[in-house]
Write a new protein. Structure first.
Length: 115
């Protein structure tokens, strides 16, 4: 499966963005999907994840209460709605899945939050 992320941009603190992750090349509903981020000089870390059906979600502590992950399998898309953004949310965001034991990454999308 191939993943393509989009929706990043520059916003002020307190603003919102929605990131989209579109899958292709395989049955999208076969894959749980995670959103990760990597800030300059820091390791890549998970932000949120969603199960294949969308029935289960996971959020990092930094995302709880502000971010919402959802999916529309009919559109081969996973969303990350990000509200009340903070400068510390500035990072390149990636969507990812595991296919046959191999982690697959989409290209990143840059989110910049100014104070």
């Amino acid at each position: 499966v191939q993943l393509q992320a989009s929706g990043g941009g520059a916003v002020e603190a307190g603003g919102s963005l929605r990131l989209d992750c579109v899958g292709s090349g395989d049955i999208f509903s076969n894959y749980s999907i995670g959103w990760f981020r990597q800030a300059p000089g820091k390791e890549r870390s998970v932000v949120a994840a969603i199960s294949r059906s969308g029935g289960r979600t996971y959020y990092a502590d930094s995302a709880k209460g502000r971010f919402t992950i959802s999916r529309e399998n009919a559109k081969n898309t996973v969303y990350l709605q990000m509200n009340n953004l903070k400068p510390e949310d500035t990072a390149v965001y990636y969507c990812s899945t595991v296919e046959r034991g191999v982690r697959r990454w989409g290209q990143g999308t840059l989110v910049t939050v100014s104070s």
